[in-house]
Each structure stands twice: as structure tokens, then as C-alpha cells.
Design a protein around this ligand. Structure first.
Ligand code: 13P
Ligand code: SF4
Length: 326
């Protein structure tokens, strides 16, 4: 049987190659392995540039669902690659760095989530895609920031609903839909670190600026926003809105595609409290992926995403319920 990962005759060391050489090798190996590279908007620009598809969590799940490739090299974080594996049990799914986790997914360990569900029987369980396969397996339907409102609105009005694990996204959905939701107490450490004081300073300095914010931001940030939406929706907003100046309240990686899309508009990253290399909100997990790790993953077929088949089958039901909503 052909394996997509025959041992290389000579394994060139990634560390000895220039970025230019690494990009060339990644493209060569991608063809050889029949691989597709999927990347989230928060990846480093050089990774976004070589990806076959760059998108938000929903777009990435849909791309993973329809690919014919044998290998999916997922440039994002663990829950995203896990979702690709749940949808593609027969394919090899690689994540360049297995430590690329997510504070939201980590906030909901499977045993504590089970106990929470047991304390709230008879609820429909809606889980944000930023959670583990085990939590997805305990959920009725998954949502992303693109479709969370639509998913909750699809549930009959007489049913009680749990929303996990992001309490800020949950509170936002609650405000938009008017549906009471039982919220899990999780947050994204990156979005809660966006500084309201620094943001207000910027809004004062640029009175015509429009603020686009991701719904993982806390309510005090969302209250200031002209637009709230997923990363893809934020990108569309800056493209389609007639404004000339935008403050962008999410992880700074999105600015790469935004700058390409609207080179003549002024885009300002909402600053974080903590000092980061970009002085914006920076996800330390997303930034673990690097060109040399992508190369090594395609060369060796590791690190590979694996999971128990029983968990995968249950998790697939809740992901399918979301994808079937369209
Ligand atoms: P999007 O689905 O909006 O891209 O969000 C993913 C994410 O992890 C935001 O922090
Ligand atoms: Fe998770 Fe926040 Fe990083 Fe998104 S930005 S992957 S929600 S920690």
C-alpha cells in the first residue's frame, strides 16, 4: 500500500534552510503527498501566503469537509485540526505544533463539562467550535462565530439551551436573539486582553474611525463597536463599508488579509493590555506554527491528529448538525 509519507532519501534539516527554500520545499512536498494547506486568518503572513485556503472556523470546517486531498496540513490550533479529522477519518490530518491549543477549549475539560450537563438536564447543548472533540461529542449542535445566532435561533423556542464554552460570545448571542442561555464560564484570553482605555484613546484620536469587533470580546468592547462578527465577516465589513479608518478588535493576524483587501484604508489594531511583539492582541497558540514546523510535518507525517473512534462518531453528529444548517 502506498503511504503518503515515504521516508525521504535525505532528510534536509529545516533549520539550515532559508524561508525562501522552506516555502519551495513545502510546495514540493504538498504536491508529493497530495496535501492541502488550510490556514486561519491568525496565522503568520508567510503561512497565509502559501495556504490553499485561508478562512474563519466555519470556512475552514467547510473546506476540510469537501477536500479530496489525502493529507490536510492544518495551520491553526488543535480544535480546528481535530474538527478536520472528525470530518475526515480516512485522511492524515497534521498540525505543525501539537501545543497550539486554545484557552476556550482548555476552559472546558470533558469531566467538568459532563458534570455541568448533568446539573442541567433537558437542555439543548450548543457548543462553540472552540472546544475539544470530547465536548463536541457531548453537544447537540456546534456553532462558530459566523453562525452562532442562526444556530440558537434554529432551536425551538420552548427548549432550554446551554451555550459553551465562551461566555462572551454566549452573552452576545443572548442579547441578539433574546433567548436566555445557560453559559459556561470560559473566555478567550486574547480577546479579553484588549484594552478598553487604549481603545477609547484611539476612538478619541480618530473620531471617524469605525470599530469592528469579534464577539469573543467582552461586552464593554462590543458596546463601542460599529460592527460585530467573525473574522471573515470583519474582513467583509472593512471591504464593503464606505468608511476610511477602521479599528480592528481581534487577533492581529487578520490585518494581513485586510491590508491586502483594502490597501487605501487605514486599519488600526485594537491594542492589548499586555505587551506583545505586534502591540496588538496576539494569540500565542496560533503563533506557534512556523514555516520550519510546516515543512517538518509534511516531510515526516507528524504531528498527526488522532482520536478515539467512539468520540469522533459522536462529535461528527454535532458538527454535521451545524453544517446541515447551511
Ligand atoms: P473565527 O471563526 O471568527 O475566525 O474565530 C476563531 C477564533 O478562534 C477566534 O479567536
Ligand atoms: Fe483560542 Fe482565543 Fe487563540 Fe482564538 S484567539 S485560538 S479563541 S485563545
Amino acid at each position: 500500500m502506498n503511504t503518503p509519507f515515504p521516508p525521504p532519501a535525505i532528510a534536509p534539516g529545516a533549520k539550515t534552510m532559508t524561508d525562501f527554500e522552506l516555502v519551495g520545499e513545502i510546495h514540493r512536498l504538498k504536491e508529493e503527498r497530495n496535501a492541502i494547506i488550510l490556514a486561519h486568518y491568525y496565522q503568520q503572513p508567510e503561512i497565509q501566503e502559501l495556504a490553499d485556503y485561508v478562512g474563519d472556523s466555519l470556512g475552514l470546517a467547510q473546506a476540510a469537509d469537501k477536500t479530496n486531498a489525502d493529507v490536510i496540513l492544518f495551520c491553526g490550533v488543535h480544535f480546528m485540526a481535530e474538527t478536520a479529522k472528525i470530518l475526515n477519518p480516512g485522511k492524515t490530518v497534521l498540525l505543525p505544533d501539537l501545543n497550539a491549543g486554545c484557552s476556550l477549549a482548555d476552559s472546558a475539560p470533558a469531566d467538568k463539562f459532563r458534570a455541568f450537563l448533568d446539573r442541567h438536564p433537558d437542555h439543548v447543548v450548543v457548543s462553540y467550535i472552540n472546544c475539544s472533540a470530547e465536548v463536541k461529542a457531548m453537544s447537540d449542535i456546534i456553532c462558530t462565530s459566523s453562525n452562532a445566532v442562526k444556530v440558537v435561533q434554529s432551536i425551538p423556542a420552548d427548549r432550554k439551551v446551554i451555550f459553551a464554552p465562551d461566555k462572551h460570545l454566549g452573552a452576545y448571542v443572548q442579547r441578539v436573539t433574546g433567548r436566555p442561555l445557560v453559559l459556561w464560564d470560559g473566555v478567550c484570553e486574547v480577546h479579553v486582553d484588549i484594552s478598553l482605555d487604549k481603545l477609547k484613546f484611539l476612538l478619541g484620536k480618530y473620531p471617524d474611525a469605525k470599530l469592528a469587533a469579534h464577539p469573543e470580546c467582552p461586552p464593554h468592547i462590543l458596546e463601542e463597536a460599529d460592527f460585530v462578527g467573525s473574522t471573515s465577516a470583519m474582513l467583509s465589513f472593512v471591504q464593503n463599508d464606505p468608511g476610511e479608518v477602521f479599528i480592528v478588535a481581534t487577533e492581529g493576524g487578520i490585518l494581513h488579509k485586510m491590508r491586502q483587501a483594502v490597501p487605501d484604508k487605514k486599519l488600526i489594531a485594537a491594542p492589548a493590555n499586555a505587551e506583545n511583539s505586534c502591540a496588538c492582541a496576539e494569540c500565542p497558540y496560533m503563533k506557534l506554527n512556523t514555516l520550519d514546523k510546516l515543512y517538518t510535518a509534511l516531510l515526516t507525517g507528524q504531528p498527526e491528529i488522532t482520536m478515539e473512534e467512539g468520540v469522533r462518531v459522536k462529535a461528527l453528529r454535532s458538527i454535521r448538525a451545524m453544517l446541515d444548517l447551511g
